[in-house]
Design a protein around this ligand. Sequence first.
Ligand code: PLP
Length: 379
Amino acid sequence: MVNTYGKKVSALSVPERLLLGPGPSNSHPLVLQALANQPVGHLDPYYIDLMAEVQALLRHVWQTENRLTLPMSGTGSAAMEATIANIVEPGDTVLVGIKGYFGNRLADMASRYQAKVQTIEKSWGEVFSIEELEQALNNYRPSVLALVHAETSTGVCQPMDGVGDLCRKYNCLLVLDTVTSLGSVPVFLDQWKVDLAYSCSQKGLSCPPGLGPFTMNKRAEEKLKNRKGKVPNWYLDVSLLNKYWGSDRVYHHTAPVNMNFGIRESLRLLIDEGLENSWKRHIKNANLLWSGLEKLGLELHVDEAYRLPTLTTVKIPDGVDGKAFSLHLLNSFGVEIGGGLGELAGKVWRIGLMGYNSKKENVDKILNLFDTELSRFKS
Ligand SMILES: *Cc1c(COP(=O)(O)O)cnc(C)c1O
């Protein structure tokens, strides 16, 4: 036999990192402990009880009573695709609000499911006003409006007051990306009249990447039930998945059992802290970061009224090589921060304080690094 690898395989040795970028964020140590259990069977009565707990805990953090609430096997993008795949039929008009990278991804996905995609756009760092949304709904009369609540590429939080009522008035479903808000920024899904939403495990929930929480309400279920054809994605078809997550308990795919141990532990920790306490902790630490950066003479990209507590965009000062600076933080200190995407490429750094990582000692650490290290990168 030929050893195609060509040498002895060394044991895994993962470097220690403090993940203060756009995600993943560090996991809570108790979540890591939960993951380290032996798996149980995916139809084991113990596991079936655990599934129901995960669903109930997710309903709480989303503030929803939606029956169809479950973690998709896959990352946030899988759950994003699940929202589109289940309710978009060929020829449906889908209106996507694009004010950053993830709006573009939603539009791309909707087009792959043969939607007629219409877009409303804002520059990266701004939000949509209710008037702008109403005008677009009136113009395009879509069957779906898709918005990103917390735009991780820009650090903006879209205000949701009145948006759900507008969608009911114009008879369309509202899809909301809560990937960087769930658990760390107030989200009131039912009160906001959001019809479908999704998130991920690795940002505000302090878990490794691998699960994509998904939820849909009765209005969305109705659209799914009345489809003319099958959902054009077998893996993400909620009508099939619900035969496993609902009372039938029919095999669909082998659940990533350990990831569900992990998310159950992360949701337990979140509810133990208190959802509102978590929201308060995130805004408190974000405020410390914002004032600290400004004290160092740095400028923030987003207007304070729309700033996202979980993700801060900081303008890279003139003459500084932003990439070289973040690489220096990673190589010399094991601290990861992100760079800009799209319109903001080369213009901003992105600093994340999400879930387990939103704590004062991390704010102090990153501020201290900006204070002592940045001057070496100024020309
Ligand atoms: C991270 C992110 C996603 C995608 O999630 P993955 O887990 O990377 O697949 C979608 N939307 C937003 C706003 C995100 O920040």
